[in-house]
Design a protein around this ligand. Structure first.
Ligand code: WT7
Length: 666
């Protein structure tokens, strides 16, 4: 255990007195009302069985939950279904084919495209046929590395339709990160684009795929690369002696039939693998399966956002490269038959009011984004959103990191016109769906608190021995019973799955989330952040170890230690301490810029350290473990805490004096 919430943070939080009651109108017609909590608690499996009715099953299940071999769960045992059919075809069959599924908004002004459910069905069917033609079969893995364009959603659903688990890699990740994910799950096909539009320019994607393929070598798993033409940028074309590697999406998908019969798969058939950072250098491939995941995504999207599919226009600003995009752009919203906005670019392109223009233009009623974005808008000033008509909004959501009370109140009052509830939703890649959140028609919201587990979910805050802490105290966040959208394992590594999540509270059978939390005097939950060597930068999870390995792969670096330090804009920021090799001398004048660039290239721009500090020593315990707590003190400009377990107590003086001499931030 590295960090427990300090008494100071706990005390600060308990000073928050503001409460926001649900609007009367919303409460009167809420999808879920207060009785759901007790009903779900009395018989969770019966409650989940009720939620499973939201989904169309090709064959009904025989058992809600098989928990005979924990922590390996099976939900909706014996049931068969097709996820793509549930997200697309069934809405068309029900006569809603002309309803807009996606209002696509490209970053270049005026580059828009609406797709109805009927059109989406045709495109998904074409892509499914094309994938099969390229030799992809049920069970084969497909990597998707695409910008936020409709083809990304079509590609995911086409995979789901033929039972080929997808692994979407965020377009901001480097060629190395892409290659390691392709390799880990053995993807046979990569779906990418020439590029996408970001910050007013075409930004290439295909070269990273080319580079990843070179890294994977001739024996690599990839047989084909399917390339969407988005920007018209030049692309290098790869071919193997025995046939084409690269193929154009518009040629292969565009030429395929729009007829495709979806086959039903077992409820536990793998739907996707999403890589996320853990405490080691190797990312974890989180495996989600079909039935339980779809039930969880659909139920939570309906309950937490109080979704009225007939009238709402929904917009989630996440990227499909993260789990939020999977559950709350693709599977939840589409299973619920909603109309939603899909936006390709950055919030400030071509100018800072772009998001608010989109809300005004499409009359968005439910909006879901991250605290880091809200904080950056706060900085820009309320004049920008105030100049737009945001009166269509009726509900706001937040996800990715704790939302500080100031940001919550600003979000509610400036964006939501003081009308809209804010739902602060806690969940993880592993949980697949929202676990802790207010219910907008029930809960009186407290700025900064995710409040309570939603009906069906069991959450608790416990001490190191797994005993629930009393109200007013802090501890570790756990989930107390299995839930349908839970991860089933880590791809190819059952043991790591058991060790990471289920061994700490084995006796109690709790899922250990890796977050610290507080239960306040009313019993409501405040999530405080990670208690392991994982950082949260702009709502994205990064591993300290992964960045450390990237740094030591640089020829001038002997040793590196990375910590997440508090940051006003991004929640946490990456701060790196490095010891240079003797042969590198002082590293040269540009050493800091050089190392930042190196990490950017190895992992991706989000991992770029805010600070790189060249130091003569690192603080270590006698057993050689780096004491990141002390480095965090330095990075956050605090007085350095208890150093008694250091092997060499003078190290911290060395570091501090070295920094005083001027090496540091660039
Ligand atoms: C970690 C999960 C959930 C999708 C986006 C991130 C932190 C997430 C909240 C919240 C406080 C939050 C936790 C969690 N986190 N939402 N509402 N309040 N913390 O998914 O990359 O799997 O990260 O994000 O630390 O463990 P992820």
């Amino acid at each position: 255990m590295t960090d427990q919430p300090t008494q100071e943070t706990l005390a600060n939080l308990s000073r928050e007195e503001r409460r926001f009651e649900p609007p009367a109108e919303l409460a009167a017609h809420a999808n879920l009302t207060a009785e759901a909590y007790a009903r779900a608690e009395a018989d969770p499996e019966a409650f989940w069985a009720e939620q499973a009715q939201r989904i169309s099953w090709a064959q009904p299940y025989e058992q809600v939950l098989d928990w005979s071999n924990p922590p390996f769960a099976k939900w909706f045992v014996g049931g068969r279904l097709n996820a793509a059919y549930n997200c697309v075809d069934r809405h068309v069959e029900a006569g809603r084919g002309d309803k807009v599924a996606l209002h696509f908004v490209g970053e270049p002004l005026g580059d828009t495209r609406d797709l109805t459910y009927a059109q989406l069905k045709d495109e998904v069917s074409q892509a499914a046929n094309a994938l099969e033609e390229l030799g992809v079969e049920a069970g084969d893995r497909v990597a998707i590395y695409l910008p936020m364009i409709p083809e990304a959603i079509v590609a995911m659903l086409a995979c789901a339709r033929i039972g080929a688990p997808h692994t979407v890699v965020f377009g901001g990740f480097s060629a190395d990160a892409l290659a390691s994910r392709i390799e880990d799950c053995g993807a046979k096909l990569v779906i990418t684009a020439d590029g996408g539009y970001r910050r007013g320019a075409a930004s290439a994607l295909k070269p990273a795929v080319d580079e990843a393929l070179v890294k994977l070598g001739d024996e690599g798993p990839v047989e084909h690369v399917l390339v969407v033409r988005r920007t018209g940028q030049d692309v290098a074309w790869n071919a193997k002696a025995d046939g084409g590697v690269d193929v154009w999406w518009h040629e292969v998908v565009g030429e395929s039939s729009t007829e495709h019969v979806p086959q039903a798969f077992d409820a536990e058939h793998p739907l996707y693998v999403m890589y996320t950072s853990g405490t080691t250098g190797k990312p974890k491939g989180i495996l989600h399966t079909t039935g339980g995941y779809l039930v969880g995504a659909s139920y939570t999207h309906w309950a937490v956002f109080d979704l009225k599919p007939e009238t709402d226009v929904y917009w989630c600003t996440a990227d499909i490269g993260w789990v939020t995009g999977h559950s709350y752009i693709v599977y939840g919203p589409l299973a619920n038959g909603v109309t939603q906005v899909l936006y390709e670019g950055t919030p400030d392109s071509p100018e800072r009011g772009r998001w608010w223009d989109i809300i005004e233009q499409h009359e968005v009623s439910i909006f879901y984004t991250a605290p880091t974005a809200i904080r950056s808008f706060m900085k820009q000033g309320r004049e920008i959103p105030d100049a737009r008509d945001l009166s269509s909004l009726r509900l706001l959501g937040s996800v990715g990191e704790p939302i500080n009370p100031e940001a919550y109140v600003w979000y509610r009052s400036v964006i939501g016109g003081d009308r809209t509830p804010v739902v602060d939703t806690w969940w993880q890649t592993e949980t697949g769906a929202i676990m802790i959140s207010p219910l907008p028609g029930v809960t009186a919201g407290k700025p900064g608190s995710a409040m309570t587990a939603i009906p069906g979910v069991g959450a608790d805050v416990v001490d190191d021995e797994g005993r629930p802490v009393p109200n007013g105290s802090g501890g570790l966040l756990v989930l107390t019973r299995p839930w349908p959208s839970m991860l089933r394992t880590i791809w190819g590594d059952d043991q790591r799955f058991v060790d990471t999540y289920w061994s700490r509270f084995k006796e109690q059978g709790y899922y250990f989330a890796g977050d610290g939390a507080k239960r306040d005097d009313d019993g409501d939950l405040w999530v405080l952040g990670r208690v392991d060597d994982v950082m949260n930068v702009s709502g994205h999870r990064l591993s300290t170890t992964e960045i450390e390995s990237a740094l030591v792969s640089h020829p001038k670096v002997a040793e590196a230690a990375v910590v997440g330090a508090k940051d006003e804009d991004t929640g946490q920021a990456v701060c790196a301490f490095v010891i240079l090799r003797e042969t590198a001398g002082d590293g040269g004048a540009d050493i800091v810029a050089e190392l930042r660039q190196h990490v950017r290239k190895e992992i991706g721009p989000i991992a770029t350290p805010r600070q790189v500090m060249v130091v003569p020593e690192l603080p270590k315990t006698r057993s050689g473990k780096i004491m990141r707590r002390l480095l965090r003190d330095v990075a956050e400009n605090r007085e350095v805490g208890d150093v008694t377990t250091l092997a060499d107590a003078s190290v911290m003086n060395l570091i501090s004096s070295g920094l005083g001499a001027g090496k540091g931030e660039d």
